[in-house]
Every structure is written in C-alpha cells, then in structure tokens.
Ligand binder design. Structure first.
Ligand code: NAP
Length: 305
C-alpha cells in the first residue's frame, strides 16, 4: 500500500485535501484534536464535501494524536497559531524520513514547526483554493484555485506529487516558495487589515487609494530588505488589481472578525512588523496599522495575537 496521508486538522482545507485524496482511492487518516472530537466525527459518519452544490460524504478513518502508528507523511491543516503545538504532540510518532506539508497562511509558523521536528522535511504550501465550513465535518469548496509547494532548503520535488495529480489537486512544485509566501503576505497586509478597520468589502479600498499606496511602498521596502526583491516587484499594481478583481468579496480577516474568530495577525501583519524591527527598518504606517488593528481586536474582545 502507498504511504498513508495523515491529515492534521479536519477544518476547511484539511477536509478539502482529505476528501479529494480519499476519492482518488489513496489511503488517508485524519488526526483530530481529542477523543471528544473523534466521537463527534464518528457519529457524523465521515467528512462531507459540498462541490457545485452536491454533497458527498467520505468515511475517512480518524484517530487522535494518541494513536501509536508511525507517520511518514503529514499534511498540517491547522491554523498558523495552532500548527507548532499540534505538530509537537505528533513528533514522537514521526518516522526518520517523515515529510510534512504545511498549509498555513503567512510566515513564521513554518519555522516554528521545523524547529520542533528537526528530523523531518518541511514543505511549505501557498494556496489560492478557497473553502469554508458550513457545519461540523462539512466543507464547501468555494473557490477553485492552485497550490504551490516548495522546500526552501532542498529544491528536489517529492515523489508524492503523483498523488496530488491522481486526486486532481491543481499544484506545481516551486523553487521560490519563500518569494511566493512573502508576496502573498504583502498582499494580505495591504488589504485585509484595512478591510477590517474600514469595515468594508475589498472593493471598498478603492476609496482609500492613498493609504493603500503608502502601505505598498513600505511593504516593498521591507521585502527588498529581507532579500525578496522579486516579491516587491510591482506590488502596488498587483494589490490594486486584486482589490478590483475581488471587489465584492470580504477578506478572510474581515470574515474571521465578523464571525468572532481568532485572526492569524501574528503570522501576517505582525510577522511583517517583527521582521522590520529585526532589520531596524522604520515603517511608520505599517506599525501604526498594526497598532490600530490590535486595538480594534481588543475593543471587540478578540485575541490580538
Ligand atoms: P479551519 O477551518 O479553522 O481548520 C483548522 C482545523 O485545525 C480545525 O478543524 C481544528 O479542529 C484543527 N485543529 C486545531 N488544533 C488541532 C490539534 N491540536 N489537533 C488536531 N486538529 C487541530 O482552518 P482553515 O480555513 O482550513 O485554515 C487552515 C490554514 O490554511 C490557515 O492557515 C489558513 O489561513 C490557510 N488557508 C485557508 C484557506 C481556506 O479557504 N480556508 C485558503 C488558503 C489558506 P476543531 O475542528 O476541533 O476546531
């Protein structure tokens, strides 16, 4: 039998991956938070994926971190703020040749995970696919997209990309994954916090072009300083293009705040500000944006980290 895909976290992206891999006949095991979540999952009878309005349930086997079996391939599908602790609990189960695929948005969580599992190969992903939960163990495939995968320390592609092909998961091996992650982080920093603070859809930022342009200039400076000039190229034009193309959408951070969920701020704007400080780079507008966002989250009683 081919190497099982262990999927840590059966939320939106975890379910999107697990169901497509299972549908292709590949071995998949879900790793759930605890025994209570496992009981709830078992009562539901599987993961349901809603695609083009049709719902299909897949009875993917599940376990908790306490299961004793070895793990060779682990898809980490938690939020960025949960990834390090969730992986640390599995560290004793990882084989010597284990590979981890990290689906987390932003930057910072990938290095934190790599530190707790130094023996494992950690592959980062950057995805434009979109999914959301419309019930427990039930996920809607909302936006078809693409996933880039790469390993900054080791450019050779892994053999299991064939599994993704078989599962119809659109993907490409990238030799510049860090540049992609930084570019996506910069786009996120220029758009998402402002949509929260101005309480608007992405398109609402067309009324705040000066503010967006100032942030883009500071973000480009930061990218240059941390050795990512390619990620800085025409940043403002792309930000404006994204604002226009997604004008009717609410950003992921806006949706998190509206639904009173914790945001991933520490791995997005927070990470950008932290790296700027590390490089002794003074970026007043970016710093002020972070302060305003933190204050706003606190005023709503939401976590500000
Ligand atoms: P999500 O729907 O909140 O799912 C996260 C899952 O992780 C939840 O099911 C949660 O379990 C589980 N989890 C947390 N700690 C765990 C632990 N210790 N053991 C086992 N499971 C644990 O999040 P998501 O939207 O899939 O996002 C995951 C990452 O992908 C984020 O970094 C996000 O930014 C990124 N991303 C998401 C999308 C998207 O469209 N959703 C697109 C691109 C990138 P419970 O169910 O028990 O809470």
């Amino acid at each position: 039998m081919s190497t099982p895909w262990h999927v840590l976290g059966a939320g939106s992206l975890g379910t999107l991956w697990a169901t497509r891999l299972a549908r292709a006949g590949l071995p998949v095991r879900l790793i759930l938070r605890d025994a209570e979540r496992l009981r709830s999952y078992q009562a539901a009878g599987g993961l349901t994926l809603v695609e083009h309005g049709a719902a299909t349930t897949y009875a993917v086997p599940a376990q908790t971190a306490a299961d004793p079996k070895r793990i060779r391939r682990l898809l980490v599908a938690c939020k960025a703020y949960d990834a390090e602790s969730a992986v640390a609990r599995l560290a004793p189960r990882l084989s010597a040749d284990a590979e981890l695929i990290l689906l987390q948005n932003g930057l910072g969580s990938q290095d934190a995970v790599a530190t707790v599992v130094p023996q494992a190969r950690c592959i980062s992903a950057s995805s434009t696919e979109g999914a959301f939960r419309d019930g427990d163990w039930r996920v809607v495939f909302a936006g078809h997209g693409f996933t880039w995968l790469g390993d900054a320390g080791h450019p050779v592609a892994p053999i299991w990309l064939d599994d993704l092909q078989a599962a119809n998961i659109p993907h490409e091996w990238s030799t510049d994954i860090l540049t992609r992650l930084w570019r996506k982080l910069a786009l996120n920093c220029a758009i998402n916090p402002l949509t929260v603070l101005h309480d608007c859809r992405n398109g609402g930022l067309e009324q705040h072009q000066c503010e967006v342009a100032t942030l883009c200039a500071e973000l480009a400076e930061l990218l240059e300083r941390c050795g990512q000039p390619a990620a800085a190229l025409d940043l403002q034009q792309e930000v404006e293009r994204v604002i226009h193309a997604t004008a009717a959408n609410y950003s992921s951070m806006y949706q998190d705040v509206a639904n009173r969920r914790r945001t991933e701020i520490s791995y997005l704007l927070g990470h950008a500000c932290k790296v700027a400080t590390r490089h002794q780079l003074n970026l007043p507008h970016l710093t002020q944006l972070q302060q305003r966002l933190v204050e706003h989250l606190r005023s709503l009683g939401l976590p500000s980290d």
